[in-house]
Design a protein around this ligand. Structure first.
Ligand SMILES: [Cu+2]
Length: 321
């Protein structure tokens, strides 16, 4: 059934974007680059930020050696714009273009990503923020933190794995043990977790833990942090040293704010939280994988009025709530 939330409300201004899906070299830590598939040469793809009811007009240019599409994860777009190959559209062939055009509604925190095979695991993803005209919470800063598991090589199809399952990772993910692994097509988007590929690291905004991004803040501010889990197969526990959080939105939808010390975020999920900046210093924001034995993804929350530029200790130390 079609979803028309405010269909009587006229659409806002149009944002015309051009997105090239292409092969590019991206840096994920100082001096550590690798070649992968991304949008407009960037990993993650550039943030798309519009107001609710604005119109998005996106020309996707497929410069990849394979077919591709874009899925607007979580946004109730018209069916023909949903980017599911073979179901809502023909996959876009190499060298071809496709135009996605829809009204961005309702407001929320979303992900745009490829919906062909395991392309998501290469880096074809980015944040899509549809801002509320009247948010139900007040804040001074708004930051996006996209979580991803880093696959340093091309994703491999399930059926051609040749002992990938168990042999390299030592196990399969718990929820699907005993399932038939026959159909690669079931794995579209890589989000169903039939096996755990050999990820080499966990990232926030495309940076490995040794090269974290820093979010500058000032004492007394209220921060809105939007966490997006764009990982192919990693779920996380998220926490911030020295601070509690209030969850204000789950999967884009507003909820009555409730305080937490940490929260779990699964693949494809989004949590928006509010943080009161009331504890000067520099603190780790960490996202520890629930199943993989990898160093947690992390970023730095830095008070500009503090002389400290980096948190002391490790992200898994006593700072954690
Ligand atoms: Cu998705």
């Amino acid at each position: 059934m079609a979803y028309h939330r405010h269909s009587a409300v006229p659409a806002g201004p149009t944002h015309s974007l051009h997105i090239a899906a292409e092969v590019a070299e991206v840096e994920i830590a100082s001096g550590h680059s690798y070649q992968t598939w991304v949008y407009n040469g960037k990993f993650p793809g550039a943030e798309i930020r519009v107001k609710e009811r604005d119109r998005l007009h996106v020309v996707l240019d497929n410069k990849l050696p394979e077919e591709t599409t874009i899925h607007w994860h979580g946004v109730p777009v018209p069916n023909a714009m949903d980017g599911v190959p073979g179901l809502t559209q023909r996959p876009i062939k190499p060298g071809e273009q496709f135009v996605y055009d829809y009204v961005a509604d309702p407001a929320g925190t979303y992900i745009y990503h490829s919906h062909v095979g395991h392309q998501l695991d290469r880096g074809l993803m980015g944040p899509l923020i549809i801002e509320e005209k009247q948010p139900h919470v007040q804040y001074d800063r708004d930051y996006v933190l996209l979580l991803d598991d880093f696959l340093p090589h091309a994703p491999e199809p399930i059926t051609a794995g040749g002992g990938v399952i168990g042999a390299r990772s030592g196990r399969t993910t718990g929820m699907v043990q005993g399932m038939s692994l026959g159909q690669g097509g079931m794995m579209s988007g890589g989000m169903m977790g039939v096996e755990m590929p050999t990820y080499a690291g966990l990232m926030i905004n495309g940076r490995l833990p040794e090269a974290p991004v820093t979010f500058d803040i000032r004492k007394g501010e209220r921060l809105r942090l939007r966490f997006l889990n764009s990982s192919g197969a990693s779920a996380y526990r998220v926490a911030i040293g020295g601070h509690r959080m209030a969850i204000t939105h789950t999967d884009g939808r507003p909820v009555k704010p409730f305080p937490v010390d940490s929260f779990y975020i699964g693949m494809g999920e989004r949590y928006d939280v509010l943080v009161e900046a009331n504890n000067s210093g520099a603190w780790w924001i960490t996202a520890a994988a629930l199943e993989e034995n990898l160093p947690p993804a992390r970023a730095i929350l830095r008070y500009l009025d503090s002389p400290q530029a980096r948190p002391t200790g490790t992200s898994s130390g006593s700072q954690m709530c």
